[in-house]
Design a protein around this ligand. Structure first.
Ligand SMILES: [Zn+2]
Length: 199
């Protein structure tokens, strides 16, 4: 079940479509107003990060990734953002803040989540697949640095014709976060990323 309308934003006017599952959990899809599904569509699958997306946190790169995608979407005629409400890699905001406390004591984002009794990454992508399927999209250019997202979407039957990097420069607040993304989650960062090289 979904409901939709147009939404005027500072980036342009997009379609907004909201799905609600049986538990009342929402999945949000923003797309360009015209979609040509006969060719691969540019897709960003973004997991909610309230601290980054809404409050402008510099401790991760989520907010800037989202903004960069909106800028691309404004220039494209065939792009879709799927916004999944799985905060903090699926552990929720309350637990994410606890994880941040541990990270300030020296644990990295991977170990902190494990120490709290969670998986390092509890996100799932079935709802992204459902939304794409609903739009009739099976072939995509996926904007991500995350190889497990590529694997998972491929496993779910979406053909990724191209991975498009979405790399935000690191800052002093998120340098360690980038290093653990690279070394523990094996994110694909291009050579020019400004985090210290592997030792
Ligand atoms: Zn974030």
């Amino acid at each position: 079940m979904f409901t939709q309308t147009t939404l005027a934003t500072k980036f342009g006017t997009f379609m907004i479509r909201v799905y609600e599952d049986a538990q009342g959990k929402e999945t949000i899809v923003l797309s360009t107003q015209q979609l040509d599904i006969t060719v691969p569509v540019f897709v960003r699958i973004h997991s909610e990060c309230m601290t980054g997306d809404t409050f402008g946190s510099l401790q991760c790169d989520c907010g800037q990734q989202l903004e960069t995608f909106f800028e691309k979407m404004a220039q494209s005629e065939n792009a879709v953002l799927i916004y999944l409400r799985q905060e903090g890699r699926g552990i929720g905001l309350f637990e994410k803040i606890k994880s941040y406390q541990l990270q300030k004591k020296g644990y990295d984002t991977f170990d902190a989540n494990v120490l709290l009794g969670h998986g390092p990454d509890e996100r799932t992508y079935e709802k992204a697949k459902m939304a794409l399927e609903d739009l009739g999209i099976t072939r995509i250019h996926l904007l991500t640095n995350n190889p497990s997202k590529i694997q998972e979407m491929t496993r779910l039957g979406i053909e990724i014709v191209e991975r498009v990097p979405l790399v935000i420069p690191a800052n002093t607040h998120n340098e360690r976060y980038f290093i653990s993304k690279r070394d523990k989650f094996h994110h694909l960062f291009s050579e020019n990323i400004s985090v210290p090289s592997r030792t």
